[in-house]
Ligand binder design. Structure first.
Ligand SMILES: Nc1nc2c(ncn2[C@@H]2O[C@H](COP(=O)(O)OP(=O)(O)O)[C@@H](O)[C@H]2O)c(=O)[nH]1
Ligand SMILES: [Mg+2]
Length: 484
């Protein structure tokens, strides 16, 4: 993500917050929070049902095992991961905040809640010197088994507060394993309220635990990619998430935590006769019990936890076919897990819109403050003006509309509009549909595109939403043209 100077829009929003702070001194603290947040990294929440693989995915993204997975009190608490020069863990209960002891062994974080129950701790704040956290704070949510249980309520409250507080995140990664009704209703609830809720432009879907899709077969990730592509086009999901990418978080996490000993143990499997190894890797039970393997029960259990059945087969086949060391296996796992692709997608989709998403979150909060406490007229009209006039927001709205309805446009027109509006990434060449930064003549392409969309908009029977969309697309092209 860029560390460039803030966009004019974000500067406008900051000025507005400063002006409002001066005009309404009783809200100084609230406005300070808004101003602080503008300068902080983007906040991205990881949401989804219990056991969707959220904590594992977070570890894979960070390349460290900071989040506990499976059972334990900590998995039931909303946990923020922020950049810090050193590791620290802070608990918060109401307005009370306290340092918590922790142990860090081989990159694995073990937090001592000092006997507290999960319900007592409102949130955990973990600081870590992780490079990834410099541009993006990540928030791990407990997840929901169903929309009614209390942990679910905790996640849902956090992500879609209905008490008038602002949505504390700028973007969301939503994990789903199979298209499930609960996922869809949760995402709907999430998108309902007008301002605070995320929209497809700041919500990315992940088909999680992708290695399990084809019962751990070696082509699992190919199957997962096909399913994810289908989900991306599913009308129910199209209007809720920007797209769906497959990720095997466990494999990504393993790439960060696997050791030379683990590789040596896997090498001993790969050195067996191919038929013998294949049988040993047929199932979990087989792997744990097959007498042909020269591994202790503890070693087998550890490898299985680390890699899962797919990972075992993947690494075995890699070591059988190539001479590889720890670094080679790490690279293989990272590559296969889809985690780099996810990181890239986050960077283009959310990172590229960082300032717009921050501006949006700040305006949502200012809007709420204006509704709650009387502000000078000038502030509310400034607020309205920024909402209405910023082209960045028109693009977001148009993208949301496009994801919701085809508006009678052709497939090609739909894809082109989405691309130009920055739906696939906000850089010039991405918007132009080029794979390379200087593939052709940007001037000519933009002029030709503008004239084509003028024609679409000029059609006398074009419905109002289509002409409005054409206006936004043309303005985006003009904006790009002005930058050349
Ligand atoms: N095979 C496989 N298992 C996974 C993957 N991600 C998570 N798991 C396992 O699923 C269980 C739940 O994972 P966790 O990350 O705690 O899920 P959360 O409840 O959504 O945070 C754990 O046993 C993980 O090891 C994955 O990508 N592949
Ligand atoms: Mg978890």
């Amino acid at each position: 993500m860029t560390n460039d100077s803030p966009s004019p829009l974000l500067t406008q929003v900051r000025d507005l917050a400063l002006k409002a702070r001066a005009a309404v001194p009783t809200l100084a603290t609230e406005y300070d929070t808004v101003l602080e947040r503008i300068d902080q990294p983007l906040r991205v929440a990881i949401a989804g049902k219990v056991k969707a693989g959220k904590s594992t995915l977070l570890n894979a993204l960070l390349g460290e095992e900071l989040a506990a997975s499976d059972a334990g009190e900590c998995t039931r608490i909303v946990t923020w991961y922020q950049y810090g020069v050193d590791y620290s863990v802070t608990g918060e209960s109401g307005t009370d905040s306290y340092r918590l002891p922790f142990e860090l062994e081989n990159g694995r974080l073990d937090i001592d809640l000092e006997g507290r129950d999960h319900a007592e701790v409102g949130r955990l704040l973990i600081e870590a010197p992780s490079h990834e956290l410099r541009s993006m704070s990540l928030i791990d949510t407990p997840g929901m088994a169903s929309l009614s249980d209390d942990i679910a309520a905790k996640s849902a409250d956090f992500l879609t507060p209905d008490d008038g507080s602002d949505t504390p995140v700028d973007a969301v990664i939503y994990l789903l394993r199979h298209l499930h009704a609960t996922d869809v209703s949760f995402l709907h609830a999430f998108h309902d309220s007008e301002f605070a809720s995320p929209s497809p432009v700041n919500c990315l879907g992940v088909l999680s635990r992708a290695d399990e899709v084809a019962a751990g077969r070696l082509d699992a990730m190919d199957s997962a990619r096909r399913i994810a592509t289908r989900y991306s086009g599913d009308p129910r999901l199209r209007r809720l998430v920007q797209g769906v990418v497959p990720v095997a978080g466990l494999i990504g996490q393993a790439s960060a935590t696997i050791t030379a000993d683990d590789v040596a143990h896997m090498q001993s499997v790969a050195d067996l006769d191919p038929g013998v190894a294949q049988i040993a890797l047929l199932s979990v039970e087989r792997f744990l019990n097959d007498p042909a393997l020269e591994l202790s029960t503890g070693e087998r259990e550890h490898l299985l936890d680390l890699l899962g059945v797919f990972g075992l087969r993947l690494v075995e086949s890699h070591l059988r076919n190539t001479t590889s060391d720890l670094a080679g296996v790490q690279a293989l796992l990272r590559q296969e897990s889809g985690i780099d692709h996810l990181a890239d997608t986050l960077l283009t989709l959310f990172g590229g819109r960082r300032d717009t998403l921050k501006a949006r979150s700040a305006l949502v909060t200012i809007q709420r403050l204006v509704e709650r406490v009387e502000h000078p007229r000038e502030i509310s009209s400034d607020l309205e003006r920024v909402w209405a006039s910023a082209h960045e927001f028109s693009e977001l709205r148009a993208l949301n509309v496009l994801r919701d309805s085809h508006m009678g446009l052709t497939e090609d027109q739909l894809h082109e509009a989405e691309r130009i509006l920055g739906g696939n990434g906000t850089e010039l060449h991405v918007r132009l549909g080029w794979t390379d930064a200087d593939e052709g003549d940007a001037n000519a392409t933009l002029l030709e595109t503008i004239s084509r969309w003028r024609q679409v908009g000029a059609n006398p029977i074009a419905p109002r939403p289509v002409t409005a969309l054409c206006d936004v697309v043309i303005r985006s092209c003009e904006g790009l043209y002005a930058q050349l």
